[in-house]
Write a protein that binds this ligand. Sequence first.
Ligand code: GDP
Length: 299
Amino acid sequence: LERLREGLARSSGQLSGQITALFTKRRLDEATLQEFEDVLIQADLGVETALRITDRLSEGRFGKEITGSEVRAILADEVEATLRPVAVPLELDLEKKPHVILVVGVNGTGKTTTIGKLAAKLTRGGLKVTLCAGDTFRAAAVEQLKIWGERTGSEVIAKAIGADAAGLAFEAYDAAVANGSDVLIIDTAGRLQNRTELMAELEKIVRVLQRREPDAPHTVLQTLDATTGQNALSQVEIFRNVAGVNGLVMTKLDGTARGGILVAIAAKYRLPVYFIGVGEGIDDLEPFKAREFAMAIAG
Ligand code: GDP
């Protein structure tokens, strides 16, 4: 939590400073509202949300003096209202044995690390987890996943580089059934360079899994890197279409985070945000909490 606050403080500090500067001894007029709207858009909150917040702000206050802290309180409330519907816990259907989680996202956004942290959480909760090294393009990704497997006591199903990812996922499913796993987490390649290939590969993974379990994958989790700002929005658009994403994790909120983008994504896509990443360590995955996040953003 501290790290989320510190991380977001870098961007929200700026936002907070701008609010203070803007609402010092000024009556709330059209020009101020317009400037405030620009500030919110620059903070990645999105046009729709920025408009809603300025509308809310002007209600009953137009022409009156308003302080920075009043504005921050209203901002926090509005951001929280947008985030609350998406701040839901990840539910596993443990009847499935295994519940299959497919993890997708652009390379470098934190797929492998998030899988490791998630495996740690689940195994600590007494669940048995199998990991599938489905990013068969990058040796480093396979090696990283093996390390996470050792750390969490989870079996890792992997093959040589260049192996067919769908075939591997199929084998991993059978291995997870055989070893009695509650959860199977599948890593994937996130190469955006060739979108047709990416789509074909993800579709094939889903298709082969469904030969064993018609409802698989039960969760399709996309990782988003908070430091990429606006880019995250188009990444959701792509992977939602290509892979049927039904949940998000935003990583690197401890860094030079621009958490505002999560508000824009929540407003636009309404996809559940299950966790946030606040560091590279095993414990640095936290459930997403709307109020805390909103307070951190509003400064
Ligand atoms: P992948 O390519 O999507 O599998 O991404 P990785 O899991 O390999 O992560 C890319 C880099 O980001 C690695 O150096 C990770 O340690 C780092 N990383 C992942 N999540 C976080 C996070 O929440 N905070 C920070 N600071 N770094 C992270």
